[in-house]
Design a binder for this molecule. Structure first.
Ligand SMILES: Nc1ncnc2c1ncn2[C@@H]1O[C@H](COP(=O)(O)OP(=O)(O)OP(=O)(O)O)[C@@H](O)[C@H]1O
Ligand SMILES: [Mg+2]
Length: 159
């Protein structure tokens, strides 16, 4: 079952990221989907801050892949400039230490078929009429991950 939330500010979206951070384990994959400016990087900032990552989180638009060391190392990737999953080979994606890190991919829909199949999905959408409101839909593709993200319901106040 997907979890659906509404946030009213960037700070609230960061807080949802922080809640998800508490449930992450090495080897996890989190795919972030949503239009330009939806709040994907904002979500990752909150997630990284909750894991005491000291490296500043930015859109890894030029680097494409940022390594954020910490107790749970994060690999933050932006697939906006990739055209297909074959670009992942050229980027060295398949040599990344995915088992010991959590992988966070913005614009994951651009290279979806090349990414791990067991994953948490975070879809962020922005209603046209309310500039600071976002809907965040969180889902997962395995029973184990679904059970874990189910705990978000206890951690985040849902209407
Ligand atoms: N409820 C909200 N949640 C998240 N961001 C919000 C919200 N309300 C306003 N914002 C603003 O929207 C912008 C989101 O930018 P952000 O870089 O996180 O988007 P993005 O999805 O990563 O975009 P890109 O596709 O360019 O990487 C920020 O300026 C943020 O302050
Ligand atoms: Mg971004």
């Amino acid at each position: 079952m997907d979890i659906k939330l509404l946030t009213a500010s960037a700070t609230e979206t960061e807080a949802v990221g922080a809640r998800l951070a508490a449930l992450l384990q090495p080897g996890d994959t989190v795919l972030l989907m949503g239009d330009l400016g939806a709040g994907k990087t904002t979500f990752v900032k909150g997630l990284a801050a909750a894991l005491n990552v000291s490296t500043p989180v930015a859109s890894p638009t030029f680097a494409l892949i940022s390594h954020l060391p910490g107790p749970l190392p994060l690999i933050h990737m932006d697939a906006y400039r990739l055209n297909s999953s074959s670009d992942l080979y050229e980027l060295g994606f398949y040599d990344l230490p995915l088992e010991s890190s959590a992988l966070l991919v913005e614009w994951a829909d651009r290279v979806l078929d090349g990414l791990p199949e067991t994953r948490i999905t975070v879809e962020i959408a922005s209603p046209l009429c309310r500039p600071d409101e976002r809907s965040i839909t969180i889902g997962a593709t395995s029973p184990e991950l679904n059970a874990r993200i189910g705990r978000l319901k206890e951690m985040v106040c849902l209407d």
